[in-house]
Design a protein around this ligand. Structure first.
Ligand SMILES: *Cc1c(COP(=O)(O)O)cnc(C)c1O
Length: 403
């Protein structure tokens, strides 16, 4: 594909063909460069490499061919100029803030972001004089009001976890740019298979590769995609902070990217079918999924995503009308196939009770405000058959009826 124009190729093709590595052995599958350092022909070459006069690998904290291949492939899929890989999604998120911000800068962020991202805002960025204002993801006026002269970054995840709220990337990009700020989007839930935030005006994309990019729950990893200038800053930070991706993990993610489109399409289709089915079931008080026509941002989700993703949430109610933790736990404990775990993005379907796990440390009033009710259950749908998943969810529904 070296002589083909990547702009002419579809994301499915880019996911498989971008930055394939070829060694002298001409292996068809990408080789792993599982090495910490690289050797030189002679002392002069070593000096030239270290001095930056000759391009080439030195040490895997700086560059590694397998990691580079992953970075180039993801950048191509997102339509970005450059990508920097990290050891985890959180390393990518904190690394982006620490490399692009300085004391006195301000962030406006959606309230509904990954829990640990809030810890970074609250405990670490604050310590270095960087303040964050939290706003409701879908309330554009609130974003506008929160902006200050020193605001440098607007930050969001869309659709949100676990309630599937949707943020208007195009409108927020305009708001950011009118105020000389960058729009940073965590695209973990959709991936470039379903949503291309850069094409809608966002400046920087963040990924937890741990989720759908891997797709089979094997490795931790993260990545940032954006303009060359900003990515140079971010890359400089990784080299000094040491939060680099392992070459082995990069190889797993390269394999994951090859099937990303098919998985995202298939998992989204199953999720939509299950969401529509769950809506009709007794014991289900509410289904949160942006693919349902009664979702408040259904139109927006349909415009900015090509499918609705594979995470949905339900609010359950037992036969006595109780909508509490006991009802939620009874539903979860009655399932036999689905894994009880906080992870998502796997081909194995998972179920979580956010109020007592992922959002367990969130203050009560904040929980209420973000809609993390005691009867809320999050499902991240995988690739098992829809019939088997329905049968398993029916076990949960039965447990609600026999309260
Ligand atoms: C999991 C997750 C993260 C953090 O990623 P890790 O790889 O676990 O560090 C960040 N953002 C979102 C949306 C996530 O789901």
């Amino acid at each position: 594909m070296a002589d083909l124009d990547p702009n002419e190729l579809d994301v499915e093709t880019l996911a498989i063909r971008t930055a394939q590595l070829r060694t002298d052995e001409m292996a068809h599958s990408d080789p792993i460069f599982l090495t910490s350092s690289f050797v030189y022909e002679n002392a002069a070459q070593a000096a030239a490499r270290f001095g930056g006069e000759e391009p080439g690998n030195i040490y895997s904290r700086f560059t590694n061919p397998t990691v580079r291949s992953f970075e180039q492939r993801l950048a191509a899929m997102e339509g970005g100029e450059a990508c920097v890989a990290f050891a985890s999604g959180m390393a990518a998120i904190s690394g982006t803030f620490f490399s692009l911000l300085a004391p006195g800068d301000h962030i406006v962020s959606s309230r509904s972001v990954f829990g640990t991202t809030n810890v970074v805002f609250d405990r670490y960025l604050k310590k270095f004089g960087i303040e964050t204002t939290l706003v409701d993801l879908s309330d554009l006026k609130a974003w506008e009001t929160a902006i200050r002269p020193e605001t440098k970054i607007l930050y969001l995840e869309t659709p949100s976890n676990p309630l599937s709220e949707v943020g208007d990337i195009r409108a927020l990009a305009k708001l950011a740019h009118d105020n000389d700020a960058l729009l940073v989007v965590d695209n973990c839930f959709c991936t470039p298979a379903l949503q291309k935030p850069l094409a809608l005006g966002a400046d920087i994309i963040i990924h937890s590769a741990t989720k759908y990019l891997d797709g089979q729950g094997r490795c931790l990893g993260g990545a940032v995609v954006g303009p060359k200038a900003e990515m140079e800053e971010v890359l400089g930070f990784v080299r000094s902070a040491g939060s680099c991706m392992s070459p082995f993990n990069a190889w797993v993610f390269l394999k994951g990217l090859e099937t990303l489109n098919l998985r995202m399409q298939a998992q989204s289709a199953r999720t939509l079918e299950l969401a529509q089915w769950l809506e009709t079931q007794p014991g289900i008080a509410r289904v949160h999924y942006a693919g349902l026509k009664n979702h408040p941002q259904y139109e927006l989700a349909s415009r900015q995503q090509s499918a609705y993703g594979a995470v949905l949430s339900i609010e359950v109610e037992d036969s006595d009308g109780r909508r509490d933790r006991q009802a939620a736990w009874r539903f979860i404990d009655a399932t036999r196939l689905i894994s009880i775990t906080a992870n998502l993005g796997d081909v194995k379907t998972t179920v979580t009770h956010p109020a007592s796990t992922t959002h367990g440390r969130v203050k009560e009033e904040e929980k209420e405000r973000s809609g993390i009710t005691e009867n809320l259950i999050r499902l991240a749908i995988g690739l098992e058959s829809v019939d088997d998943l329905k049968a398993d969810l029916e076990r949960g529904l039965k447990a609600l009826a026999s309260a």
